[in-house]
Design a protein. Structure first.
Ligand code: BQZ
Length: 694
């Protein structure tokens, strides 16, 4: 893995700041200023897609000695060869930066989220930070594709080991891995896939975590079981290969149907709420297909996970993975994750909050620093998103309804975007070459980004006030804030409630910047800061006027969660969903965005796809579909004792680094292993039992 000298960045801080000062502002729409060159991008070592993994039977298999001694020889577990599928997923040694590894040690995460329970398919968060990514294996996998050239990219096989298109391209036959088992030994098969599809995606009363809906896989798409290890997709479009990305994390990761189905209202007397809450955080040993199983939960303290004895992946020597026996998720704050990673009491962090950049860089620059720190491309971005629903999504009151009508007014949106001093916003987070002027739309770090297709309304407060007047808003009571027109919301001051994730310093800093800059424009903004899970619920249910939203994968990769780029379905967009009647009241430019995204999804011609994304970027930014705030690079911080970290891993692209680094392949040399295991030589117990077993 390339790591640059963090000192080079510290030295570059002064130079880049002066570059910023040269960027003059203009009143007319223009293209955004060229982002400051960032001297420290980790260099990715590109590889061929088929150099990463394959499925095949090996002549022999191995496991940690203590598993053989304490569990196989005592009859508690079958021999490892009988716990693996006929053809396990084999990670190829050639793609392992440090080769095959040895067993032992622990990966210590620190997270700012908190678990709601283990029912991922019914929408419960496990606290983020890599927990759900590790538990929820999905049909395909995309995060490791950051190391594959875009032209060679197609999602990697995972639970789906292969797939075939029909000659007309409307049917996709997917072959599931055969003989794999859940962590409790129960077989994995098509019934798990169909339960997730029929009873958690298609069932309108259930919303899986990360927001999968039927339209995520194309309007009118169907899925059916052919046999225990074969399912068949049917699509309206021909060869919509784009949907193979939607079959990866977080939108097609089936849960254990043998545990979930008995609690589902279709098969029990439970309500949907009871189904969702049937597996609280205290429910241990929830069966997973992932490499580690939750065995211990101490509220506000830690979640501990132990290796899954039925994990269906191996290295080329036949060693059953993972190499690491245990995972910790210390339940703290996101900011503390950075602090602990550079201090060495935690092992990994996505350095994503610029307020921590300088302190983390200084710590990592010390000769005896326990962790490596490497910045990637500028793919972390924030937008101010406006609720565009005027027909009832989120049940707005009179004031909020009036705000939504304003959100739908182009002059109002232009006023807001032109009132933002994005240089000041970026500097409020961190000074130096990190942040860039970001008008909204696709991230400048994605391969689909085209600066000349990006419309930027530069900071111009006077011009912004003129736009506000064009929107019909005047300060009729002389208190410095514009008023609703008489007869609307009582002619009171225009007051916007801004939804913010209270778990992030950066989100709050940006929100406070918006409040201050909108006050100068004459709009009162009131912050509604909620903890992560509550903030996410408020977003999904439309209970917001505006929100500060960190960009998700559709803006950092385009091909992942593409459906979130525009309201292509009733429940696919971050800022515009349907109320009970299922109708999204699209504005004309939104219809154009929907059309562009649908065309993108239905073509595999790379030139057409690039052109369509230029069109998307122009329509999106010209109409201020979302109001960019800032964008900057993130850095991966990882303890130096770990081997097999791919060079230049970005903290965010097709997914977060917890997925991209392929944790199941990480290992620690015997002479560097820490004594961090809390349950040494123990394995997960039975579903619902109190903890691990000896
Ligand atoms: C990374 C990530 C792994 C979710 C979450 C959190 C939720 C959102 C988002 C990030 C956290 C970390 O992000 O900030 O670095 O570890 O978990 O899932 O912000 O509130 O809903 O989309 O991924």
């Amino acid at each position: 893995m390339t790591h640059f000298r963090p000192t080079s960045i510290l030295a570059g801080l002064a130079l880049a700041t002066s570059v910023f000062a040269m960027n003059a502002h203009a009143s007319d729409p223009t293209t955004p200023p060229v982002p400051p060159v960032f001297p420290a991008e980790g260099k990715i070592k590109y590889v061929a897609r088929d150099s990463i993994e394959e499925f095949k039977a090996l002549p022999e298999y191995h496991e940690p000695d203590w598993v053989t001694e304490k569990f196989v020889k005592t009859g508690k577990l079958p021999p490892v060869k009988d716990r693996l599928p006929k053809e396990p997923l084999v990670f190829k040694t050639g793609n392992m930066p440090d080769g095959t590894g040895v067993y032992g040690d622990t990966l210590r995460h620190v997270i700012g989220g908190r678990p709601e329970g283990w029912n991922y398919g019914a929408g419960q968060s496990q606290g983020w930070g890599g927990i759900d990514i590790g538990l929820s294996e999905c049909l395909t996998r995309t995060a490791p594709l950051f190391q594959v050239e875009a032209k060679d990219t197609e999602p990697l096989p995972n639970l789906a080991k292969s797939w075939d298109w029909s000659p007309d391209g409307h049917k996709l036959t997917m072959h599931l891995i055969e003989g794999a088992k859940w962590s409790d030994g129960y077989p994995f098969n098509a019934d798990d896939v169909m339960f997730y599809w029929d009873d958690e995606v298609v069932d309108p009363n259930v919303s899986p975590l990360n927001g999968a809906t039927p339209e995520t896989f194309g309007v009118g798409t169907t899925l059916k079981k052919i046999d225990d290890y074969t399912v068949e997709w049917t699509f309206k479009d021909a060869f919509p290969k784009q949907y193979l990305y939607a079959m990866a994390y977080g939108t097609f990761c089936p849960g254990p149907a043998h545990i979930l189905k008995p609690q589902h209202p279709k098969y029990s007397k439970n309500t949907y709420e009871q189904f969702k809450n049937a597996f609280p955080p205290e429910y241990m040993n929830m069966p997973v297909m992932g490499a580690w199983v939750p065995v211990e939960y101490r509220p506000d303290d830690i979640i501990v996970m132990r290796r899954n004895p039925y994990y269906w992946k191996v290295d080329e020597k036949g060693n059953q993975l993972p190499y690491l026996n245990e995972l910790h998720y210390k339940l703290s704050t996101w900011a503390d994750r950075d602090v602990q990673a550079v201090a060495g009491s935690g092992d990994i962090s996505n350095l994503e909050q610029p307020e921590n950049f300088v302190a983390s860089l200084k710590k990592a620059a010390q000769p005896d620093a326990p962790a490596r720190l490497a910045f990637g491309p500028r793919l972390i971005g924030y937008n101010l998103r406006m609720n565009f629903s005027a027909n009832g999504w989120g049940n707005p009151d009179e004031r909020s309804q009036a705000i939504r009508e304003l959100n739908r007014n182009e002059d109002f949106r232009k006023a807001v975007t032109m009132a933002l001093d994005r240089k000041a916003i970026g500097d409020s987070l961190v000074k130096g070459p990190f942040t860039a002027i970001y008008p909204g739309g696709l991230s400048s770090g994605t391969s689909f980004y085209d600066r000349n297709s990006t419309v930027y309304y530069p900071f111009d407060l006077a011009g912004a006030k003129a736009e506000l007047a064009k929107a019909g808003l005047k300060d009729t009571d002389g208190d410095g804030f514009v008023n609703f027109p008489a007869g609307t919301a009582g002619g009171k001051d225009v007051e916007v409630v801004l939804l913010v994730n209270n778990d992030y310093t950066t989100d709050k800093t940006l929100a406070e910047g918006v409040v201050g800059q909108m006050e100068k424009l004459g709009i009162r903004v009131v912050i509604n800061a909620l903890s992560g899970n509550q903030r996410d619920d408020a977003n999904y249910s439309g209970r917001f006027d505006w929100m500060v939203q960190r960009n998700a994968t559709e803006l950092s990769s385009v091909v992942q969660n593409t459906e979130q780029l525009a309201p292509i379905g009733p429940r696919t967009s971050w800022d515009h969903r349907a109320p009970e009647n299922g109708q999204v009241d699209l504005m004309p430019f939104e219809k154009d965005l929907v059309d562009i995204v649908n065309k993108f999804t239905s073509t595999q011609d790379n030139d057409k796809r690039a052109e369509l994304m230029k069109q998307f970027q122009k329509v999106s930014t010209e109409n201020v579909y979302n109001v960019g705030l800032t964008e900057y690079p993130g850095a991966l911080i990882i303890n130096k004792r770990f081997s097999n970290i791919p060079q230049g891993t970005p903290i965010f692209m097709f997914n977060w680094a917890e997925d991209s680094i392929i944790r199941e392949r990480l290992w620690v040399a015997a002479d560097k292993q820490g004594k961090y295991e809390l349950f040494p030589q123990q394995l997960p117990g039975k579903p619902g039992a109190s903890g691990p077993i000896n």
